[in-house]
Design a protein. Structure first.
Ligand code: GCO
Ligand code: MN
Ligand code: MN
Length: 388
């Protein structure tokens, strides 16, 4: 036990599919044995996680009979109870079966869209039965390679119609479930609709009940598109839309690498953790990642331990940043306050506009002043490298 040992109150979660990942990739077969859902619950609990997340078919096979389904659910519920774990988030697998090869909610074929809705209603029932509070929609197959095949505006309309249908279903069932939409720019499709956090936030506002729906941003997904993840998360947080988060690591502009949290881009990971902690984000911290393909099961648990440990180390670094005298002094200099100007700008009025028009600004002096960001950034580097 040390200061970086995870505890339940840190709200760390893992998808069953993350520690259950067997290392299959497009070029090679599985390299590890199955980690059953019950084993995942037991091991993650021992390691200090708060809960797990699942796709319907991570737990219940697609071809299970109703009796089999009920037995599996009962055993899984018991494991959650036995090990003091929560089922935090549920989602539907709308990407694996060939029926979804050209999309689920955005498929051209009404039969496929209808089946996707039927499967989602069943998966929502399952998630609620297990105690889920959040339901994620990741539209992995909602996209195209062949743009001739569908009108992208129609695809968005169909997407909206399906999410609205499920909003209606959840309300009708009186479930207290919130939706979190997860954007991704591509993979497995050549291009996926609603490719980033900004696009998703705009889409949400067009739904029947925007308050019920937020986003589930993922580090890897924004980094695949070369974007600043913390900035995307900040926009969601500021809008009250950060319902869930998928933490992992990724080199920029590559395929979805799903690496251990913090294993790439330490500085980006630091500013992300700092953002979440500074803004008292109280949702689950979900690691949507998996162990390197080089690992056996022991490596999987090292991976899980590492994700949580790095988060807690960065949380401590964020605390140190906020109390670091030299950093805080520099910040005070570059973040000056001006009560009069701030009040003038805070709201438009003809009077405020008039006063602002008359103001004199010495823009030459303002433009000449150095900001000291080289020093500030180096202090951050020193802090992160343990030299400060
Ligand atoms: C991916 C996605 C998925 C989703 C998961 C839950 O790139 O494969 O990140 O892992 O997060 O399907 O919705
Ligand atoms: Mn994800
Ligand atoms: Mn992903």
């Amino acid at each position: 036990m040390d200061a970086y040992t995870p505890r339940k109150e840190h709200k760390f979660t893992f998808g069953l599919w993350t520690v259950g990942n067997r290392g299959r990739d497009p070029f090679g077969d599985v390299v590890r044995d199955v980690v059953t859902p019950i084993r995942a619950v037991q091991k993650l609990s021992e390691l200090g996680a708060y809960g797990v997340n699942l796709h319907d078919n991570d737990l219940v096979p697609l071809d299970a009979t109703p009796t089999e389904r009920d037995r599996i659910v009962k055993e899984f519920k018991k494991a959650l109870d036995d090990y003091g774990m929560k089922l935090v988030m549920g989602t539907t697998n709308l990407f694996y079966h060939p029926v979804f090869k050209d999309g689920a909610f955005t498929s051209n074929d009404p039969k496929v869209r209808a089946y996707a809705l039927q499967k989602s209603m069943q998966a929502i029932d399952l998630a609620v039965e297990l105690g889920a509070e959040i339901y994620v929609f990741w539209g992995g197959r909602e996209g195209t390679e062949c743009d001739a095949s569908k009108d992208p505006a129609d695809a968005i309309k169909r997407y909206r119609e399906c999410i609205n249908f499920l909003i209606g279903y959840v309300k009708d069932q009186k479930y207290s479930l919130r939706f979190a939409m997860e954007p991704k720019p591509n993979e497995p499709r050549g291009d996926i609709f609603l490719p980033n956090v900004g696009a998703m936030l705009a889409f949400i506002e067009t739904l029947d009940d925007p308050d019920m729906v937020g986003v589930n941003p993922e580090v890897a997904h924004e980094h695949m598109a070369g974007l600043n993840f913390a900035h995307a998360v900040a926009q969601a947080l500021e809008a009250g839309k950060l319902f869930h988060i998928d933490l992992n690591a990724q080199k920029l502009n590559r395929f979805d690498q799903d690496l251990r949290f913090g294993s790439e881009d330490i500085k980006g990971a630091f500013f992300l953790v700092k953002l979440l902690e500074d803004h008292d984000y109280d949702g689950p911290r979900h690691f949507d990642a998996h162990a390197y393909r080089t690992e056996d099961e022991d490596g999987v648990w090292e991976f899980a331990r590492g994700c949580m440990r790095t988060y807690l180390i960065l949380k401590e670094k964020a605390r140190q940043f906020n109390e670091h005298p030299a950093i805080q002094e520099l910040l005070a200099q570059v973040q000056p306050r001006d009560a009069e100007l701030e009040s003038l700008m805070s709201r438009y009025s003809p009077q405020n506009a008039q006063v602002l028009r008359q103001k004199q600004f010495d823009i030459e002096a303002m433009g000449k002043k150095g900001l000291g960001y080289e020093k500030l950034d180096q202090l951050v580097i020193d802090l992160l490298l343990g030299v400060a």
